[in-house]
Ligand binder design. Structure first.
Ligand code: SAM
Length: 259
């Protein structure tokens, strides 16, 4: 068993938690790459951009940026991992995406944008409060007055924690051949740190143990980060269908406007 970020021989530590060995399988079929997931996101972003240019923080392999560019929206992306970013140009629409390798807490790109967006829980990859505030400040610095910063992130599943327990499983999937996959989150409610652990075991007893660190923040804390950055809340949805946030929501899509 191996504990990574750098699990494979081709992996560059500078690519962080998304090196070549992760990038190689990131765009596999199903789940987050399904048209049923991607298209509603792209529809909302096209609508919010209203014809203006957009910037994706942590653009990854262009899962959203490429189809958005394919819809005629000028898209720039900032991405830490060269291995992830290398996949963008190969996708339909991807050749039109401007990509800058850098850290979204500090990297500036030229231009003034109508929308800056950060999806797929990636604000939580920044594991300090100062770092998350820096993301909001950097997003705001790229926006025109009235421009929008959109964040999609899961709500921490603390309501599923009975007293004394800190682990919430999110997947237990036997592969039918004696192996399988187990995924769980482990929370520290004092520090707001959590880890997602992914354990994959094959029938021959080999496998992989990946543990990725995160920091959670409630929507209200993000509203304060936004305020520090000169933004104010415009929309808070439970999902990309723009349904309202409820006590049972597991995720939120929040949009702040630059004052
Ligand atoms: C879960 S993936 C999301 C990629 C893409 N946004 C998507 O929706 O498919 C997270 C991405 O964030 C990138 N990332 C993490 N921290 C970053 C940072 N501080 N600056 C820039 N990119 C970062 C990772 O390299 C990875 O490509």
């Amino acid at each position: 068993m191996t504990e990574t970020p750098d699990a494979g021989p081709a992996d560059d530590p500078a690519d962080g938690w998304f090196p070549e060995s992760v990038a190689a399988t990131y765009d596999g079929p199903g789940g987050a790459n399904d048209a049923a997931v991607v298209e509603p996101m792209v529809d909302v972003l096209v609508d919010l951009a209203a014809g203006g240019p957009v910037l994706e923080l942590a653009v990854g392999t262009g899962r959203i940026a490429a189809p958005l560019a394919g819809r005629g929206v000028p898209v720039t992306g900032i991405e830490l991992s060269r291995a992830m970013a290398a996949r963008i140009a190969d996708k339909p629409g991807g050749a039109a995406v401007e990509v800058v390798i850098g850290d979204m807490t500090s990297t500036r790109v030229p231009g003034e944008f109508s929308v800056v967006y950060l999806v797929f829980n990636t604000i939580s990859n920044v594991t300090s409060q100062d770092g998350q505030v820096a993301v909001f400040v950097n997003a705001a610095a790229h926006l025109r007055p009235g421009g929008l910063f959109l964040v999609e992130v899961g709500l921490p599943s603390l309501r599923r924690l009975p007293p004394g327990q800190d682990v919430v499983p999110f997947a237990v999937v036997p592969d039918g051949e004696g192996g399988g996959y187990v995924g769980f989150d482990q929370f520290d409610v004092v520090t707001q740190q959590f880890t997602s652990t992914h354990v994959t075991v094959t029938a021959d007893g080999t496998g992989q143990f990946r543990r990725i660190p995160f920091r959670y923040a409630w929507p209200a804390e993000m509203d304060l980060m936004a305020r520090i950055a000169g933004l104010r809340l415009r929309h808070r949805w439970s999902d990309w269908d723009r349904s309202p946030l409820t006590a049972d929501s597991t995720t939120h899509v929040s949009v702040w406007e630059k004052l």
